[in-house]
Design a protein around this ligand. Structure first.
Ligand SMILES: [Zn+2]
Length: 105
């Protein structure tokens, strides 16, 4: 059993992506009206999308404005990397618990 677990652990560790571009947060697409009086947005055609990164830490959410749509795309990828990393952490942790329980005293 533990031989199989060690093999599986090795495979999962190999899958861990680089931390370089990882971002923890949620991407928010915002559409909003402007301040001009006769603008199309007053008829419901809102401006946008504007991209924000919402990052929740200790119960507080901080919003980071991304000034260009291409940054929204990059952020999306970085968040996907984070989610992949997190899933791997959880799987590896489960294996490590099983291995710990199999350890002989
Ligand atoms: Zn407007």
């Amino acid at each position: 059993m533990s031989k199989y677990l060690r093999e599986r652990q090795k495979e999962l560790i190999k899958e861990v992506p680089s931390l370089k571009g990882v971002i923890r947060g949620t991407l928010r697409e915002v559409y909003a009206p402007c301040g001009k009086r006769n603008c199309r947005c007053k008829k419901g055609f809102l401006h946008g999308p504007y991209y924000y990164l919402a990052v929740r830490t200790k119960g507080k959410t901080k919003m980071y404005y991304l000034p260009h749509p291409s940054l929204g795309k990059k952020a999306k990828k970085a968040i996907a990397q984070y989610n992949k990393l997190w899933n791997l952490f959880c799987k590896i942790s489960e294996i490590n618990i099983k291995l710990l329980k199999e350890e002989k005293r």
